[in-house]
Write a new protein. Structure first.
Length: 240
């Protein structure tokens, strides 16, 4: 990897006081051991716990949003930061311990090799690669969303809700300008495809959350699935 590439890990965090320090420490330890230079920016999304305090006390770069914007608003803040600071690659990286920093080199490789503009860390293209298992209902929902994306874009995306994604400077500029507030992963994937950018999926391992609570409760899965599908259909109609 060329040493002059600027690479940023965007870490959205809402009430992640039990996870954020270990998440960032793992990244710093990896940098030291492997002589990489992945920068981090934590987007504290109006947390009500000690997420911000922990970041400031431990000199972790953090942007404190004055209110909770949700995952879409928090991640877009990170992309705006990446654009303003001229990063070449930005990676969305969860603050809850699910994402493994060892896979960053895998998901940025297609970008460095000019094979893709966005790379998704996928749990589903190689079923032996991830120990993390979604619920049955969520897997069904992801499969249906994948089918609708394929119908509208002629592109098969297996892991439509993965938040472990890397993008190049062109997509950083797109996301800094416009990014979906609701259902950001599947909707932004469709928008990337409609803008004629290339997407590639790479198998990754994901872990169970180390603490806290997922932003998508299980009882909302059906509601989530229906609304994502409707949103994708509306995007298709608008763009065409």
């Amino acid at each position: 990897m060329k040493q002059n590439y600027k690479i940023l890990l965007i870490i959205p965090a809402y009430n992640e006081e039990t996870n954020i320090l270990s998440t960032v420490k793992n990244i710093k330890d990896y940098n030291k051991k492997n002589k990489t230079n992945y920068d981090v920016i934590v987007i504290n999304d109006g947390s009500l716990d000690n997420t911000s305090k922990i970041c400031h006390e431990n000199h972790i770069p953090v942007i404190d949003l004055i209110k909770n914007l949700g995952i879409g608003g928090a991640v877009q803040t990170g992309y705006k930061y990446a654009k303003e600071n001229n990063y070449d690659i930005a990676i969305q990286f969860d603050g809850d311990g699910q994402h493994d920093v060892r896979y960053v080199k895998e998901i940025i490789a297609p970008i460095l090799n000019k094979e893709a503009n966005m790379v998704i860390g996928s749990r589903f293209i190689d079923k032996t690669s991830s120990e993390f298992k979604s619920s049955f209902t969520r897997r069904i929902g992801i499969s249906l969303i994948s089918s609708v994306i394929r119908l509208k874009t002629n592109k098969k995306v297996y892991d439509t809700t993965s938040g472990f994604r890397a993008v190049d400077k062109k997509v950083i500029n797109l996301f800094a300008l416009t990014y979906p507030i609701e259902y950001p992963e599947p909707i932004s994937t469709v928008e990337v495809l409609y803008n004629h950018f290339k997407i590639k999926e790479i198998p990754v391992n994901m872990n169970e959350r180390q603490g806290g609570k997922s932003s998508i409760a299980s009882w909302k899965n059906i509601y989530y699935m229906i609304n994502v599908i409707l949103s994708i259909l509306i995007i298709g109609k608008r763009v065409k």
